[in-house]
Design a protein around this ligand. Structure first.
Ligand SMILES: Nc1ncnc2c1ncn2[C@@H]1O[C@H](COP(=O)(O)OP(=O)(O)O)[C@@H](O)[C@H]1O
Ligand SMILES: [Mg+2]
Length: 566
């Protein structure tokens, strides 16, 4: 940026020298009709022109470098921050908002930093330089020519404010349109099933109409402003001709001086509009910069503490203990209150209960996606916030109800669980969870490309793949949140065996809607309104004839009825 500024001053310097050259040529060669020394003059003139050409090439190169560099830096910082931020951040930041920060705000900021610097340094030094030279040459004439400047600045400032506020509205509408597109694309299927197309189209048309009218207003304002600047600069030149001309006639100003003043007068006003625009845009860019820094400077809520233990254990056993844990997503909305639970390493825990009871919240705490708001969770006897986050989470295998697959092949997606896994290991894991059956039936088998978000696979198939991805990592703690909810009963029964084998020897938490799948768990916890209301194995809870008994017999009956009706 410093180099860029230096070159811009050089460019302005040459711009100031050129009219001086013209003056010399007029007074030495043209008026006296004299050709002595014209050759040398031509050579000097050509060299200056070449020097300027080099300057221009270099400043464009540097400005481009600054622009690309700034946006590269911001995007990199923004993306790595997005990787680092905790779940809670994504609870309230919308995807559209984040995308705009990383895309258009970044573009705007890097543009203004690079090209704004160019315009300000060039314009500033040009105006100061020209004014100085003119004053030295003829201060009275200079005062006349520059008398229009205050007026011009005032008009420019007024117009830029108007134009900017119109553009701000354009941009606001534009981000609403983007959000609308986003919703339209993501929710296309739902829109169709709800037959909402016409309503959406009407809302969208309203937005684009607004966009049209505010863009048009901005265009009209720009159209009015440009000629005003031109008039001012012509007025300056006019004053120079008027008074300078009479000076030439009276004999106290040379022809060359008049020509020089004329070009200075027109030249002087060029940067005014550029600079007025830059000043106005800077205000805008400040807002963009504040939004970007607010993202980049957000501290992830969950991260390693200063007192993180230095001596990391070589392995994790999997004892988990909740001590009077309280938890809330939003202040004042208690999800868990004085929650206590002691899980022995290697045991399998099933969580059942109504939707909204807090099952997912409990396992999110175990995964340290969120941390308790009061009380503490210990793993292997140590407060788990003292472990390095990455180390802790690398010992967890998590399969969620809505699995996310990355774009790439099925093979790669499973291998994400353990990057060093061989093809055979991947296939073995897939076979274990009954995914091999459908994968080998696909035309490309394991090389089938998963499209963005995995739209070319059914939810059940994605669940099987992410199950394979979790088990290939051989985690100490396995967590499954309705991980097989979209798998058909038959396949689920087949995987059941694999899951039973899988949970052996490792601490596991299983949330399953179909209760038949958790029958073999060591402990079944009934979770109601954030509390454990029943705790025991299947047989114990059945004998208890409580809530679990009720849930189980209901489902059992339903399934039996279905089977009979088949
Ligand atoms: N990210 C979140 N932000 C705010 N509230 C949440 C969030 N996730 C869940 N909740 C609330 O926490 C409660 C428990 O939800 P959850 O743990 O998902 O229950 P379950 O898994 O048993 O259906 C619900 O009242 C739900 O509205
Ligand atoms: Mg849940």
């Amino acid at each position: 940026m410093i180099l860029l500024a230096v070159f811009m001053i050089a460019v302005a310097g040459v711009d100031i020298v050129m009219p001086l050259m013209t003056r010399y040529a007029v007074d030495t060669f043209i008026v006296p009709k004299n050709a002595d020394g014209l050759g040398l003059f031509a050579i000097i003139y050509l060299s200056i022109t070449l020097f300027q050409a080099v300057n221009v090439a270099i400043f464009i190169l540097f400005a481009g470098k600054v622009e690309t560099g700034v946006s590269y830096g911001i995007r990199k910082a923004g993306f790595s921050k997005l990787q680092e931020l905790s779940f809670s951040y994504y609870d309230h930041a919308s995807v559209g908002w984040l995308m705009t920060r990383i895309t258009s705000d970044t573009t705007k900021l890097s543009e203004i930093i690079a090209w704004g610097l160019v315009d300000l340094v060039w314009g500033g030094s040009l105006m100061i330089g020209i004014a100085t030279v003119m004053f030295i040459m003829h201060w009275k004439l200079t005062l006349l020519v520059l008398s229009v400047v205050p007026l011009l600045f005032w008009v420019s400032k007024k117009f830029q404010v108007l134009i900017l506020s119109s553009y701000r509205e354009v941009r606001k509408t534009n981000s609403k349109i983007t959000a609308s597109f986003n919703e339209g694309i993501m929710g296309a299927v739902t829109t169709k099933t709800l037959v909402r197309e016409t309503d959406y189209l009407r809302e969208f048309t309203h937005l684009t109409d607004k966009m049209y009218s505010s863009s048009f207003r901005a265009a009209v304002q720009s159209a009015l402003y440009m000629p005003l600047v031109q008039i001012a600069s012509v007025m300056g030149a006019g004053l120079a001709i008027w008074f300078g001309g009479s000076g030439v006639i009276a004999g106290d100003i040379s022809y060359g001086m008049l020509v020089m003043f004329l070009s200075y007068a027109t030249f002087f006003f060029q940067p005014v509009q550029e600079m007025a625009r830059v000043f106005a845009e800077l205000q805008n860019a400040q807002a963009a910069a504040e939004r970007i820094t607010s993202l980049i400077e957000t501290d992830p809520e969950i991260r390693d503490h200063e007192n993180t233990i230095q001596l990391i254990p070589s392995s994790l056993r999997g004892d988990i203990r909740f001590d009077n844990v309280g938890f809330e997503y939003k202040q004042g909305q208690k999800i868990l209150n004085n929650f206590n639970l002691d899980v022995e390493a290697g045991s399998s825990i099933a969580l059942v209960g109504e939707t909204g009871g807090g099952k997912t919240s409990i396992i999110s705490l175990v995964c340290r996606f969120y941390e308790p708001t009061s009380g503490k969770i210990s793993i292997d006897g140590q407060d788990y916030t003292l472990y390095p986050l990455q180390w802790l989470q690398s010992h967890l295998g998590v399969v969620l109800q809505t699995p996310h697959l990355f774009s790439g092949t099925i093979m790669e997606n499973i291998r994400y669980g353990k990057l060093t896994a061989t093809d055979e290991e991947v296939i073995r894991a897939a076979t274990q969870v009954q995914a091999d059956a459908f994968i080998s039936q696909l035309a490309d088998g394991y090389s089938t490309i998963v499209t963005e978000g995995g739209t070319n696979l059914s939810t059940g198939q994605k669940q099987l793949i992410s199950l394979a991805r979790a088990i290939i990592a051989d985690p100490a703690i396995l967590i499954m949140d309705e991980a097989t909810s979209s798998v058909d009963t038959e396949t689920e029964r087949l995987i059941q065996h694999a899951i039973d084998k899988l949970v052996k020897g490792r601490t596991s938490f299983i949330i399953a809607h179909r209760l038949s799948t958790i029958r073999n768990a060591n402990r079944i916890l009934v979770i109601e309104k954030g509390n454990i209301t029943e705790d025991g194995n299947h047989d114990e809870l059945i004998t208890l004839k409580g809530r679990y008994f009720q849930l189980y017999t209901n489902q059992f009956q339903e399934e039996k009825t279905k089977e009979i009706l088949k």
